[in-house]
Design a protein around this ligand. Structure first.
Ligand code: NAD
Ligand code: ZN
Ligand code: ZN
Length: 388
């Protein structure tokens, strides 16, 4: 089959590789009909996350048709059409019982990413996301093996196009969890840092839940303009305004917003010192977006962090967080927990996640898709790939 494989920073290729096979009774083999490139894939593409090996198949946002089922698969049969969560979860461990699927203790045989780990097992294995997260082959391919198929894949009703439901695999639940974690609702004020796909899905879900005022910070005018037109956000371009938090505070009676969402993560732009230290591996990444999110949030408010971080952030003003009495919620998304409710919102027209798609390419053009999404060329917001 054909698959998008990783060979080093900025070097991904579509190659012919061996077809996946059933390895465990609860596996299925899925024939991919649509797959997307995520902002998380860009961290791997840029060589910023350890644990990738030459030839690894990438991709964790995908859907398709069940091609083959293992002997222990009870919920699916050949020919079923499903969308697959990026989190691989067993469904029965301590954390899966609590619906904390991204914390599943059973699906990642690797060490995981925590530094001060003690004896706790790592969280869930993830598709196409380094050997730190289990080294599972991803779905930017013609076929993929999906383990624990009784727990993950969501069967789709008739009448919905791939583009409408594809983002149930990751960014839509991620935006939704970010808003739930932010504890906002009707009448609330919210600041979202990052106008990428995750920031936009968060804005859509915030609107769905009745949030009154949404500020959105980024430096790509085309992304901010789209979010303003589509979700009614108040855009702030940090290339023109070097202190968006101050502007947000001024616009909220010098209080700050009820909550902020950091939909940027450790590759945040704007701190040269941290960017250099991160390159030298002295720092785990840039804390620029996180500091802005904390500064923009009112006393007693919440900072919700879907953006990915790992290791140290030295410039983390914990005393400011204490003084303001901030709450923090963060982490990988417990995708399976939110999929059914979000599917209903798509069916009844409340959510139209497909609106963010700008590029539809053949799987063969995946390397070009990565380049466009990384460089933000051609006003790229989201790339969907389809195998021929
Ligand atoms: N928690 C999860 O389960 C989960 C799931 C999916 C993605 N993510 C993470 O969410 C983050 C965003 O993903 P995406 O797909 O939207 O990626 P993206 O790279 O397309 O978007 C990030 C946006 O942040 C902007 N940005 C950079 N520095 C900024 C700053 N200082 N202030 C404000 N904005 C800034 C960029 O211009 C870009 O538009 C990534 O870190 C990704 O890994 C997490
Ligand atoms: Zn992702
Ligand atoms: Zn589990």
């Amino acid at each position: 089959m054909k698959a998008l494989t990783w060979h080093g920073a900025h070097d991904v290729r579509v190659e012919t590789v061996a077809d996946p096979v059933i390895e465990f009774p609860e596996d299925i083999i899925l024939r991919i009909t649509a797959t997307a490139i995520c902002g998380s894939d860009l961290h791997l593409y840029r060589g910023k996350v350890p644990g990738m090996k030459d030839g690894d198949i990438m991709g964790h946002e995908f859907m398709g048709i069940v091609e083959d089922v293992g002997s222990g698969v009870t919920r699916l049969k050949r020919g079923d059409r499903v969308v697959v969560p990026f989190t691989i979860s067993c469904g029965t461990c301590f954390f899966c019982e609590k619906q904390l699927y991204a914390a599943c203790e059973e699906t990642n045989p690797a060490r995981g990413a925590i530094i001060n780990k003690k004896q706790i097992p790592p969280g869930a294995g993830l598709f196409g996301f380094t050997h730190l997260y289990g080294g599972y082959s991803g779905g930017q391919a013609e076929l993929v093996r999906v383990p624990h198929a009784n727990v993950g894949p969501l069967k789709l009703p008739e009448g919905l196009a791939d583009e409408q439901v594809l983002f149930l695999s990751d960014i839509l639940p991620t935006g939704y969890q970010a808003v739930l974690n932010a504890a906002v609702g009707p009448g609330s004020t919210l600041a979202i840092f990052g106008a990428g796909p995750v920031g936009c899905m968060a804005a859509a879900c915030a609107r769905l839940l009745g949030v009154e005022r949404i500020f959105m910070v980024d430096h790509h005018p085309y992304r901010l303009a789209f979010a303003k037109a589509t979700y009614g956000v108040e855009p702030i371009n940090f290339d023109e305004d070097d202190d968006p938090a101050q502007t947000i505070i001024a616009a909220t009676n010098n209080h700050g917003v009820d909550a902020s969402i950091d939909a940027v993560g450790f590759e945040a732009k704007g701190s040269t010192v941290e960017t250099v230290l991160a390159t030298l591996k002295i720092e785990g990444g840039s804390g620029k977006a996180l500091r802005q999110a904390m500064a923009a949030t009112r006393r007693g408010g919440t900072v919700s962090v879907p953006g990915v971080y790992s290791g140290f952030i030295h410039g983390f003003l914990f005393g400011d967080a204490f003084d303001k009495g901030l709450a923090f919620r963060m982490g990988q998304t417990h995708v399976q927990q939110y999929m059914p409710a979000l599917l209903e919102h798509i069916q009844n027209g409340d959510l139209k996640p497909e609106a963010i798609i700008t590029h539809r390419l053949d799987l063969d053009q995946a390397a070009e898709g990565y380049r466009l999404f990384d460089k933000k060329e051609e006003d790229c917001r989201k790339v969907v790939l389809t195998p021929a």
